[in-house]
Design a protein around this ligand. Sequence first.
Ligand SMILES: *[C@@H]1O[C@H](CO)[C@@H](O)[C@H](O)[C@H]1NC(C)=O
Ligand SMILES: *[C@@H]1O[C@H](CO)[C@@H](O)[C@H](O)[C@H]1NC(C)=O
Length: 896
Amino acid sequence: MCEYKTNFTQVVLSLFLFVRSAMSDPEFIQLSERDSQQDQQQQRDSDEEEAALNAPQSREHKRLMRESSAVILLLGFGFLLWILVLISVQQLIISSSPGHFNSVRARKHLERITSVGPRTVGSPENEITTVNYLLDQIEQIRSESEAGPHSIIVDVQRPSGCFSISCYDRLTNIAVKLQPKTSAQHFMLANCHFDSVANSPGASDDAVGCSVMLEVLHSLANLSTPLKHGVIFLFNGAEETYLQASHGFITQHPWARQVRAFVNLEAAGVGGKELVFQTGPRNPWLVQAYARAAVHPFATVVGQEIFQSGLIPSGTDFYIFSHFGNIPGIDLAFIENGFLYHTKYDTPDRIHTDSIQRAGDNILSVLQHLVMSDELADSSEYRHGNMVFFDLLGLMMLAYPAHVGTVINYITAVATVIYLGGKCLLTSSVGCVLARHIICAAGRYMRNLVCAVFVLILSWFFSLLMVLLVAWLVTLMGRSMFWYSNLYAAVYLYGPAAVCVLLLIHTLVKNRCYRSMSRVDLAELFFDGSLLLWCFVLLFFTHRGWCSAYVPMMMVLFPLISKLLLTKLFRARGASLLYSVLYLTGLAVPYVYILFLIHLVFEVFTPIMGRSKEEIPPDIILASLVTVATVILSSYFIHFIYLSHSTKRVLAVLGSVFTLMFVLVSCGLFFPYSADPSSPRPKRVFIQHITRSFHTLNGSLQSSDSGLCINDMDYTGMQHITPHIPQINDSIGTHCQDWLPYYGFTRKSWYLPAPEVSPKAALEFQLLSRQETQWGTVKMTFEVKGPSHMSLSLSPRAEASLSGWSFGSGMLRHSGESFIFYSHGLDAPAWTFWIEISPLKSSDTSPDEGLISLAISAHYFSGSDGRSEPLESFLKRFPDWVFSSSWISTYHVYRY
Ligand SMILES: *[C@@H]1O[C@H](CO)[C@@H](O)[C@H](O)[C@H]1NC(C)=O
Ligand SMILES: *[C@@H]1O[C@H](CO)[C@@H](O)[C@H](O)[C@H]1NC(C)=O
């Protein structure tokens, strides 16, 4: 038969040789050299080897070493790359920048802004203290740079409006226009928000963004050479209320029309590096500017494609600017430590000054680059196309047009096909000259390859099945999320399970199905199988137009090139240390990148399990992620199984690790949450002290009740809290989140009776007018005076439908429940709105039912109205690993 092999084999063997010689055992070196010389005698391989060894103990010893050397090699390789990834993630600043961004001053801003505590929309902390601080600082910068070539204009905007399901009134935007004194027509927008969610100091989200913007303004204002275009800095005061303030700016501010592109600094975590996680839409020149100018690049198009697929439950002002303003931009966010996002732990001391430095350097240099560019003035010229972009461990940034990426991807795929297809023809020169013989060999090779691919996919499938079974058991045992405070626990439980199944299936296949083939041929075959599968993935991604296709492209290109290169080098030099190093180097590039992406995915998705509204058990999701990572990482090492004599010991070790971990997990050794100040892993709970009142048709109070509504954010529910507070158990489970629809991401709720709340600024609700229109509908106008955050839901009776309202037609639902969220700043007038109802059959309408019921919930976050004695003493009973965001609410139902 044809010998279509196999320098790769020799390379792998030379790796063994390398390790063995490192272990300086002469017997093994001999063996391996013999191995590499007997390529032509594969069929007799194992027989001969056994014959070559007389003593059974020595054979046993040899096999052990052979297996362990491969394992040591792989572990060492993986460990080395993992260390590289960790270093790259933790190294905030690689080279000190030549720029003039002063992170010490930015840090001072950060500390001053956060010192007032939570800054919810409509609170004096947000609307007065923070606004005054920012205005003071801006004024200082303005007076300091008065003599320079730039002018600074400040405008405080108080926008009101409605969009989607939200309305707002007199929010606060501070807009600062920096332009050359000769004036400018085209502007970059730099956006941050200074408000925060309730009960969080909001240091990363997003006080740090505004501190960085202040300092960037400072540096730009102080430049001695004039900028070509201008920059508008928007310090917006209401992002946490469904992105309202940026909507107010981009739809109403007179400067908005001059904005050509924007940069937005946000947070989905606390501290660390700021990731460019989305850009565009289209407008490749923006990514190019970032790629050229950013001093400490950290960006990947994979992040953009994941975020825009909607897997991550959050939105940023990016959406408002691009959707309502039709303006392209760059969205940056801190993503590390998402466990602390929107909690009391989002404090300035968790943000390293180097984090501020790198964010400042990047934003300053990118803005400076863009305001000096020609593209900004003529951005519609450069609008078309997408970009593939990513950084390599923060060392360099690559960005190229998507169509170039497509060409590269197809070339790579074609090269793979040529390599695989040409294999039989190439090898024919070794021994097969007859055409028939070639066809027969090619046919056999194809058949084997298809089988190998099938076996690979089968092994993945069973691996996933096994791991999901374990995750399901863990969930059944009530140990869900045991990895929340220590992710490695999940890696050591699910990882070995996945690898065990892979090993087991391939070992079985090797021993049962492939007895006639030599180990080296088999190894070669499975390498080709992995290559082919990655090639399929590459083609699929490219065909779908996903820019992330560069990842499978790397996973095809590098192994393929190193294999082809090594073939030549081997012919020239023979087996040597050089080959081992080169082979590892060839795999090192894609592997280190894949490890980096895996790190990023876990970094982002693990914390999301702590605030997920999904009903899918989080262990199922995490276990699937671990399995996918295992499958990806194993792809170019699976064939090692076919080179080894036995996998018994590895299986035994992995099996023991898995069993031990499973026992430990089922005993409850790993507790999901932690209050350790160095790395807290809080359980998130929302608690609202509420009073509900129901009114009759004639407006009098019909009934009322009061209680504490406890909303849960993750899968474990109250399971770990009930032992501490026995009153909170499933007997009080209800749906009180439906009455208080704010912060929509809750799953379940529990309701405990409590004394009544009596906010000083009680809600005033009034029907101003009611009139029958000439086309038979009823139009009612209402006026509401209440706290800064309110929501309204309208449910027409079965005999009526909602035919119009003052909030725009977008979210109007004629039947069923319609929902509107409303927030206002200080000194806002009463909220006035009208609704129009058409009675379907006016004669049938029973007078005691009415046409519609209106439910208004009012949320008190700040001041004395935001707290109550029963709430405070209830909060004290929670264990310290619970982060409870709490406030006071009232809920009123009126019927008309
Ligand atoms: C601004 O420029 C002045 C004079 O050029 C200089 O003294 C001052 O230190 C600069 N400030 C900053 C923040 O660079
Ligand atoms: C469950 O909660 C209810 C109401 O809070 C309480 O009366 C009951 O004793 C609790 N059950 C247990 C087993 O603690």
